[in-house]
Design a protein around this ligand. Structure first.
Ligand code: 26M
Length: 821
């Protein structure tokens, strides 16, 4: 402890240039972070050396998004110095918890996809897998959300304004990135046609490294984020022409590339700068991968034995064309050889089946910005379509007439003709990879049977499932110390590394003393949230209420509106005196809407309007409260999830690829109210469906309802409570003086086809909520179920997920000797 104290004081003085006697929390947080980083870097260097020594196969995880959140507490726990740090800082006059609050969340992602990437890095480090995360260091992460007059307002997230003590910026290791220009043809010594991409604009990519430690094992891996730097200052011509201000303007223009994270998920916007971001990040990453590879290899055909590249959705899929370009134009390999290397190296994970989220880029844009890549994509497509024709003809399917073959080719082509000629990035990713995986069992089945059915027939071995998982280090041990300590006092701490060990809790579910201790831990978390809400929102929570929580991105398919209709109905029952047996509850909502997503923003407004009405109504507000948590983010999730008793996972069946929040809640002892969707299905199977509150139509039932003609009006006319709730929303019951404010929301349900079947599931949802309320009155039974839920969550560790990727996709093994310290 004395060592750490000395290091902290030294950093306050010599790294931060401050007087250690002026006790600024900000300085002491930064100094502590630097002292922790010192302890990580030694292990990082040793880890990297061991990869070279053992000629280990490396895994590269390419993702446009990461959501690490705050690093301090997690790193202290992983290094096993949390207690030491707590005492050291307390000696210096600080509470560690307060210091940790000084850190800004690294919010370099939108939601599930980005957080999954961060959980996966944690698991690679813990399992001792030679992994690297590659991404972009956005200057501005996901926007900061404030709620003004009930509406979302976005503010810039300048997360590095005060510096980032965790990152190593490596300004000397720059990689060139080219755009635009033209392709020149030439003939090589064997008379083969060759291509060279020349001229165009050049930007530089600067690496920033953030270290990711494993749990108690001295293994530290790297998240390398690229930041755009102009090459103007390196090119004296720019200044020598005398146009000084012009040169500086160009510098600013270049550096725009890594300026901001696009704040939308599920909706594709097709902006030119977004494509620039993708290629910028991809080419820098591939250059870095090949640089490392070439240190020990000359023969490029050995690449797949040394390197696995995982594409996190299609966002980095241009990497396939980029690696082809290098192998063809720089290494001068033959097409077939280069293509085999690519397919054996790449693997692709799909995270959504919503059609509006499938990425396409206009051919005209690609031709201009990346002319050589567009040529290569055309060539990939031509060869692929010939192959499709060959397979289709060779197959013994007499029914396959030419007409069908033409249709098949149109459907699977990399190029889509309408509405404008574009490249389908998912098709590129599928053809260029040896593995295509979905993120939960149902999701993968839907990929095979619906979205990518043609590819499933062409390559029956390619599509596979890897159900998502979450890291128990952050989402149980670090976020929920009261519960973790209780668990550890009965079964030891092995569960942090091997989550299956939680099954040892099962017998304790029958033990009244353990149940009481479990409830006490939960209450402590509820009180901690209560204090936080009081501080931030100046509201008083009732900790004896059932805490019912719905936090995630705001999206129609996630059906926050269904939850809201339950709240309005509960409100009406209470007002009308028809709810004598109502179990008091507080309903929490939280989440960001894409700034361009009109309906999602209106949903936020509606939630806040209902909240204001309910909370102000003294007839009901001792029994029902609604809280909107502004600026939902990773560190907020870490506070809210441990305090949650009921987890809302109520997406339209078939639409949530997996969900990972669902796992974090159950791991922390919340019960789930949910639909038969995503990984919630597998959770129900692992836990026992009778221990969750499952309701609603299933995916196949929705397909047939859609086919037979779904008429939301039938539900409106047939259900008095539903009609009352919708009529209130449409009138100005929740928006006094602003008539029609929420009409778009209601119209969308009644006259817009209710694409997400809110009305179809309403009555069943109310029934399930009734069951929830009733069970909560029996605290012994509720607690028993809560314990069993957590006890059976072992499968949903990201360690299990990563082990499956390593074995079944990457063909890598954990490093010997590094796994256990
Ligand atoms: C696309 C174009 C332009 C800008 C942004 C995007 C974009 C960004 C993120 C599109 C989709 C994005 O993420 C999708 C996502 O988060 N999917 C979620 O992935 C989780 C991890 O697998 C799953 O658990 C969720 O069910 C799934 O919705």
């Amino acid at each position: 402890m004395e060592g750490l104290k000395k290091d902290v004081i030294r950093h306050v003085v010599s790294s931060l240039g401050s007087d250690y006697a002026s006790k600024s929390a900000y300085n002491y947080y930064n100094a502590l972070a630097l002292a922790v980083r010192d302890r990580l870097i030694d292990n990082w260097i040793k880890t990297q050396r061991s990869y070279y020594d053992e000629k280990a196969k490396r895994v590269y995880y390419l993702s446009l998004e990461y959501l690490p959140g705050k690093s301090l507490m997690n790193n202290l726990h992983c290094l096993g110095i949390y207690e030491t740090a707590r005492k050291a800082m307390s000696d210096l006059g600080f509470s560690l918890e307060d210091l940790a609050e000084q850190e800004w969340d690294a919010g370099l992602g939108n939601g599930g996809l980005g957080r999954l990437a961060s959980c996966f890095l944690d698991s690679m480090a813990t399992l001792g897998i030679p992994g690297y995360g590659y991404g972009i260091r956005y200057d501005y992460g996901i926007f900061h959300q404030v709620i003004e007059d009930g509406k979302q307002v976005e503010q810039a997230d300048n997360w590095m304004r005060v510096g980032n003590p965790w990152a190593y910026e490596r300004g000397q290791h720059l990689f060139p990135v080219r755009f635009f220009g033209e392709v020149k043809n030439w003939t090589d010594e064997y008379g083969r046609l060759r291509h060279t991409w020349t001229a165009g604009d050049t930007v530089l990519a600067m690496p920033c490294d953030m270290l990711v430690p494993g749990w108690d094992n001295h293994h530290v891996i790297n998240m390398r984020l690229w930041s755009a730097r102009s090459d103007v200052e390196f090119d004296l011509d720019f200044f020598n022409t005398g146009n000084y201000l012009g040169a500086v303007e160009e510098k600013i223009f270049d550096e725009k590339i890594s300026k901001v994270l696009y704040p939308s998920d599920q909706i594709e916007e097709g902006r030119e700068l977004r494509l620039k971001q993708q290629y910028f990040f991809v080419t820098a990453t591939i250059q870095d991968i090949l640089r490392r590879f070439r240190k020990k290899h000359q023969d490029m055909t050995e690449l797949p034995q040394s390197v696995a590249i995982q594409l996190n959705d299609t966002h980095p899929a241009i990497a396939i064309a980029e690696l082809m370009r290098i192998l063809l134009d720089e290494d001068l390999l033959d097409w077939e050889v280069a293509w085999d290397i690519c397919v054996s190296t790449f693997a692709y994970t799909n995270h959504t089946i919503l059609p509006e989220a499938l990425e396409t880029w206009p051919v005209s844009l690609l031709e201009r910005m990346l002319p050589r890549h567009m040529q290569i994509i055309y060539e990939i497509n031509a060869r692929f379509l010939r192959e499709v024709e060959r397979v289709a003809r060779s197959e013994d399917c007499g029914q396959l007439c030419h007409r069908d073959l033409d249709h098949l080719k149109q459907r699977v082509s990399l190029i889509q003709e309408r509405p404008i000629k574009s490249v389908r990035m998912a098709h590129l990713a599928i053809i260029g990879s040896h593995s295509v995986n979905g993120v939960a069992a149902l999701h993968t089945e839907l990929l095979k049977a619906r979205v990518f059915d043609d590819f499933q027939r062409l390559y029956p071995q390619k599509i596979n499932n890897k159900t998502n998982g979450v890291t128990p280090r952050r989402w149980l041990w670090s976020a929920n110390q009261p519960l973790s300590r209780l668990i550890a006092s009965h079964i030891g701490t092995g569960f942090v590394r091997n989550l299956d060990e939680l099954t040892q809790l099962e017998p304790l579910a029958a033990d009244p003393a353990f149940r009481e201790a479990w409830r006490a831990a939960k209450l402590e978390n509820k009180q901690r949230l209560q204090a936080y809400i009081k501080r931030k929102l100046m509201r008083e929570l009732h900790t004896e209420h059932l805490f019912d929580v719905h936090i995630k991105r705001i999206h129609e398919y996630k059906r926050q509106v269904l939850n809201l209709l339950h709240v309005v109905t509960a409100y009406n029952r209470l007002r009308h005196g028809q709810a004598a047996d109502f179990t008091p509850r507080t309903v929490f909502f939280g989440g960001k809407a894409a700034p361009s997503y009109f309906m999602a923003k209106r949903i936020i407004h509606a939630i806040n309007a209902v909240a204001a009405t309910v909370n102000a109504d003294s007839r009901v507000n001792d029994k029902l409260q609604v809280v909107y948590l502004p600026n939902y983010c990773v560190s907020q999730a870490e506070r809210v999830i441990p305090a949650t008793e009921l987890s809302e996972q109520i997406s339209t069946a078939g639409m949530e690829a997996s969900g990972t929040g669902n796992m974090k809640f159950a791991l922390n002892g919340a019960l789930t109210i949910g639909t038969w969707d995503g990984a919630t299905i597998e959770m129900a199977q692992a836990i026992g469906p009778e221990l969750l509150f499952i309701f609603g139509m299933r995916e196949d039932e929705l397909v047939s309802l859609r086919q037979h003609g779904y008429n939301p009006m039938l539900y409106y006319h047939g259900d008095e409570e539903l009609r009352e709730a919708l009529d209130m929303l449409r009138s100005d019951a929740f928006s006094p003086g602003q008539h029609g404010l929420f009409a778009p929301l209601v119209d969308n349900l009644l006259h817009g086809g209710d694409r997400f079947f809110v009305l179809a599931d309403y009555r069943q949802y109310l029934g399930a909520q009734q069951d929830v309320g009733r069970l909560y009155l029996d605290q012994e039974e509720w607690t028993r179920r809560s314990i069993l839920n957590a006890a059976r969550m072992g499968f949903f560790s990201s360690d299990r997920a990563i082990s499956q990727y390593a074995r079944e996709i990457w063909d890598v093994a954990p490093m010997a000797g590094l796994q256990n310290g």
